[in-house]
Design a protein around this ligand. Structure first.
Ligand SMILES: C[S@@+](CC[C@H](N)C(=O)[O-])C[C@H]1O[C@@H](n2cnc3c(N)ncnc32)[C@H](O)[C@@H]1O
Length: 316
């Protein structure tokens, strides 16, 4: 099935749930099971996606879906709703801004070179997965017309404090479309690795492609297998006045998937105040290139930066 032309919503446990024209479809990753479900159930689940809660159920079991579906070819065991990665950032926003928000600095000279080569201050730039907007602040201060987009409301709230005059959008990058609006789209600091499935990444690339103007560019970084292998089996702490932030990374937790568990603990009695886990997916550079070309980008260049990530520059 071609996943590039459908309105999608995605879930864990290898299940994808989406609307295809007038149909409401559930399919597993290997396309072994395909089911058509009712519109009311579809709406209920999409509501869960946008509000992150169900009114009366915490979990929908697959048998529930099967009961409501007409053409299930087989009966799998369980279907669990899981929040999206960006909601994991909600509780992190201020820590993130303080400790990681300036990551863009290492990439800035390269990105600026591309802006200067072909973008003009009145042309529009979109930074997707913009986080707390420090990169945007730099661009704005240099006179660029930039908009920020991120799925996490709290990250956007901090971004708005950092950039009182900039427009921000709370949106999932798997679900946006601004036809021919932006001359350049950027996506920095492993944000692409937060998209953990090929079919989802294809949709992200398609959304970017559709939102670029003729001659536009998409610039993003991707963290690599080498970095995950070398640095993502690690433990470290950040001590604040009142808190201790304990971070444990692990790779692989599933094939090609790394996890970062973040706990905020009270310094007084060591109780856990907040805890979350962020998942990141490793991609081969060749896979990424293929996907970009498949979505219509005409040329794709990549280079390794000094943090061991790959920087991609894709032209349409
Ligand atoms: C590691 S942070 C990078 C933030 C920023 N680009 C920077 O350089 O500091 C990843 C960001 O991606 C956002 N994110 C992850 N998955 C997303 C999705 N599917 N849609 C929108 N934003 C997403 C998170 O909310 C978070 O702000």
């Amino acid at each position: 099935m071609d996943y590039t032309n459908i309105n999608n919503y995605f879930f864990e446990n290898n299940w994808i749930f989406f609307r295809l024209e007038e149909k409401f479809v559930l399919v597993d990753n290997e396309e072994n099971y395909i089911s058509f479900v009712s519109e009311s159930l579809f709406l209920k689940i999409t509501e869960y996606i946008s509000t992150n809660k169900l009114e009366d159920e915490k979990e929908i079991t697959l048998s529930h879906l099967v009961k409501k579906s007409k053409n299930m070819t087989s009966r799998p065991t369980k279907f669990e709703l899981r929040s999206d990665t960006y909601s994991e950032y909600n509780f992190l926003a201020e820590f993130y801004d303080k400790h990681w928000g300036d990551f863009y600095e290492g990439l800035y000279p390269l990105i600026k070179k591309h802006y200067d080569e072909f973008a003009f201050p009145d042309e529009k730039i979109l930074d997707i997965c913009c986080g707390t907007g420090q990169f945007i602040r730099k661009l704005w201060n240099e006179g660029y017309n930039v908009t920020g987009l991120d799925g996490s409301e709290e990250m956007i709230n901090v971004a708005k404090v950092n950039n009182p005059n900039v427009e921000f959008l709370v949106k999932d990058i798997r679900d946006f479309n601004f036809p021919n609006e932006y001359k350049m789209i950027t996506c920095l600091f492993d944000s692409i690795n937060h998209i953990t499935k090929n079919e989802e990444l294809l949709i992200v690339f398609k959304n970017v492609y559709n939102s670029l103007t003729e001659g536009g560019k998409f610039i993003f970084d991707v963290n690599t297998y080498r970095n995950f292998n070398d640095y993502w089996n690690n433990e470290f702490e950040i001590i604040e006045d009142q808190y201790r932030i304990s971070i444990k990374t692990k790779f692989p937790v599933k094939p090609d998937i790394a996890s970062m568990n973040i706990k905020v603990l009270s310094l007084q009695n060591d109780t856990i105040l907040k805890e979350n886990t962020i998942l990141e997916r490793c991609y081969e550079t060749s896979e990424i290139k293929q996907m970009l070309l498949k979505c219509g980008f005409k040329s794709v260049n990549s280079l390794e930066d000094n943090s061991g990530r790959y920087i991609f520059i894709a032209d349409i």
